[in-house]
Design a protein around this ligand. Structure first.
Ligand code: TSJ
Length: 648
């Protein structure tokens, strides 16, 4: 247990109670180890500062006391967050002798609520709030509009530089915070308007009716967006499905309000997609690893659809739809609010409260059943989709069984085209998946066969976005990839069995190369998701140019580097004659060159493929690989200059 001191800090009084641990320390601790509080000091940590502040305004909206929030990037790169709520309390609290305003910005409170004022710390991923932002800001100013007055307080790197002062009169109420992130702390203090807008759009969807305005005031890129969705997560699902073909017009929406918790679910099935797309939130925080609310959703969806199918003779006798069958082509948003949310797992991105499982399960069991009974046409469409999925999955199971049996019979025989390496510890090995036989040849000649394996691919690759699982399992272009990696596929995939911990896609830096890279990544994304999520996938970066002057050769990765490299090669006088050739393809490099430029761990550049933003990734994959042509054209035109990169 802790005792509260007059300065607002608490001390351990020796009666230890694990459930009530409060770590209260000075803000210097935050400046010493910022990563502990905001995850990192890279772009993600920088943007986290904004969310910590905005979370407070969203809490005010949840309390029903505010309906408008704005987030502005100022001309000089500052952030201003404003709301029209009640304004942070400014009166002095008896126990502490301080105002809530001061406490909010100067007292660090990790993991737990803190005393006085009824001020609740909202559940940001790190749950540490405004004092952390203050500690990591060169300066921060807060203005509270309340009781007809404007109160202002100023800080620098967490220290008070101006006590709360009345600076004017007002007839409005609300809170306004402006801060300049500390350049001593962050690698780069440049805020991204797109990142902010995407996050705020998500929050606007999750808090239906709340108006959020984002603005960029920086010179040359002035822009502003107003987001307000009366339909809440219903509109979120519509938005996520905007490039897909829904099987039913109305988004299905179910909700339940209890005294201490609420649950909302919105879902819609699409015809031209074979994967599921679930996004879940707890207290407005994204839970990419799911948790109890998702578990409840999945269990109930499967049960409700099976029961409906049986009852209405759409499913015969022994037929049973699996969970995956029931989720094929579904886009669903699950949002729950609860007290004392428990976030679990390494990244704290999984909801652990088990009462949320029953809560969401009951919600679907009751209300989805009623919905299906009241909307038989929609119900039939969904059931038909799931039944087709079930048949395809049965075919896929057989195909997969075949792969497995073949492997067993042939003693896990590796693909004939694979040139394996000697090392068997997967942590030390890498496999290059190479496009084309000639490039494969150079790669085999150039590699260090102790730890580098080569798998050449050739011919036209299957587009898995347009094919169901059964086609994928039996596909003769993909089977070698599956067996070489050795970790299975789909539900069977097990990263522990991977034969290589670096899976490197090596394709040309041209349109064809980009195409094959995208196809392979789509395949990994859909059928070996943990491979991508685990950070095992890389793209090799073959050089675009070769420069020679006399006996000196130099390879250049891209156009950005070219000018600098040319200048350096020309020498001091700038007159040296440098020959420049544009590499036409991997196949044109000899084994030696390929090793030097693209395969030697000492000198190569590898790009790790990360899927940090599932929403964006799903969008890119659907748009680029799916059926609809218009969105694909638009996407490619809009992102033409990044096309080679795909930003995956
Ligand atoms: F935390 C913060 F300082 F970073 C911050 C808080 C930043 C921003 C932009 C807004 C807020 C904030 C806090 N907006 N609204 C509130 N509301 C309260 O703090 C508040 C007001 C009145 C009462 C009450 O019971 O009368 C209770 C609370 C929690």
């Amino acid at each position: 247990m802790t005792d509260e001191l007059t300065n607002g800090f608490t001390v351990d009084n020796g009666e230890y109670d694990a459930s009530q641990i409060q770590v209260l320390e000075g803000l210097e601790a935050v400046r010493k180890r910022p990563g502990m509080y905001i995850g990192s000091t890279s772009s993600s940590g920088l943007h986290h500062l904004i969310y910590e502040i905005v979370d407070n305004s969203i809490d005010e909206a949840l309390a029903g006391a505010c309906d408008e929030i704005s987030v502005t990037i100022g001309k000089t790169g500052t952030i201003t967050v404003r709301d029209n709520g009640r304004g942070i309390p400014i009166d002095i609290q008896e126990q502490t002798g301080k105002s809530a305003l001061e406490v909010v910005f100067t007292v660090l409170h990790a993991g737990g609520k803190f005393g006085g004022g009824g001020y609740k710390v909202s559940g940001g991923l790190h749950g540490v709030g405004a004092s952390v932002v203050n500690a990591l800001s060169e300066w921060l100013e807060v203005r509270v509009y309340k009781n007809g007055q404007i109160y202002e307080m100023k800080f620098a790197r967490g220290d008070i530089v101006q006590e709360s002062t009345i600076v004017g009169q007002t007839d409005k109420s609300g809170t306004e915070v402006t801060f300049m992130p500390d350049h001593e702390i962050f690698d780069d203090c440049e805020f991204s308007y797109d990142i902010i807008k995407t996050r705020m759009r998500e929050q606007a969807f999750l808090n239906g009716g709340l108006k959020i305005v984002t603005t960029d005031e920086r010179e040359g890129r002035e822009v502003s967006d107003t987001m307000c969705y009366e339909g809440g997560i219903r509109e979120f699902v519509q938005y996520l499905n905007r490039n897909k073909t829904p099987l039913h017009d109305e988004v299905i929406y179910l909700s339940e309000d209890r005294s201490t918790s609420t649950a909302e679910v919105a879902l819609q099935y699409c015809g031209d997609v074979y994967n599921e797309f679930l996004i879940s939130f707890a207290n407005n925080i994204h839970t990419p690893d799911g948790g109890m609310h998702e578990t409840g959703f999945k269990a109930a969806l499967t049960r409700v659809l099976n029961d409906y199918g049986k009852k209405n003779n759409l499913l015969k006798g022994e037929d049973k739809l699996s969970g995956e069958d029931c989720r094929e082509g579904v886009t669903a948003v699950i949002s729950v609010r609860l007290m004392d949310a428990q976030f679990e797992g390494q990244t704290k991105s999984k909801l652990g409260n088990s009462d949320m499982r029953t809560f969401v399960d009951n919600l679907l069991t009751e209300k989805l059943t009623i919905f299906l009974e009241e909307n038989p046409a929609v119900a039939r469409t969904i059931l038909e989709k799931a039944i087709t999925a079930s048949r395809a999955r049965e075919a896929a199971r057989k195909a997969r069984e075949n792969i497995r049996r073949k492997n067993a019979l042939e003693g896990m025989s590796l693909p004939g085209k694979l040139a394996d390496c000697n090392e068997t510890n997967p942590e030390l090995t890498e496999i290059y998946i190479v496009e084309g036989d000639s490039a494969g040849g150079s790669a085999k000649g150039g590699r260090d066969s102790r730890f580098q394996a080569i798998l050449p691919l050739w011919g036209k690759m299957l587009n898995v976005e347009k094919a169901r699982a059964d086609k994928v399992y039996g596909n003769d272009k993909l089977t070698p990839v599956i067996t070489a990696l050795g970790a299975g596929i789909g539900e069977d995939f097990d990263a522990e069995k991977l034969r290589y911990h670096k899976v490197i896609i090596m394709a040309d830096a041209d349109v064809d190369g980009s195409h094959i890279r995208t196809l392979l990544l789509t395949f990994f994304f859909r059928f070996m998701r943990p491979l991508v999520e685990g950070g095992y996938v890389y793209a090799a970066q073959p050089p675009l140019y070769k420069l020679t002057r006399g006996k000196t050769t130099r390879y250049v990765l891209d156009d950005n580097e070219l000018e600098i490299a040319l200048e350096e090669m020309r020498g001091e006088d700038g007159k040296g004659k440098v020959d420049m050739t544009r590499n036409k393809g991997l196949g044109e490099m000899d084994a030696h060159e390929l090793w030097d430029t693209t395969m030697n761990p000492e000198t190569r550049v590898l790009k790790q493929i990360k899927l940090t933003d599932a929403i964006e990734a799903d969008e890119v994959f659907t748009v680029l690989m799916g059926e609809k042509v218009e969105p694909r054209k638009e996407y490619i035109e809009k992102n033409a200059k990044y096309a080679v990169d795909l930003d995956l």
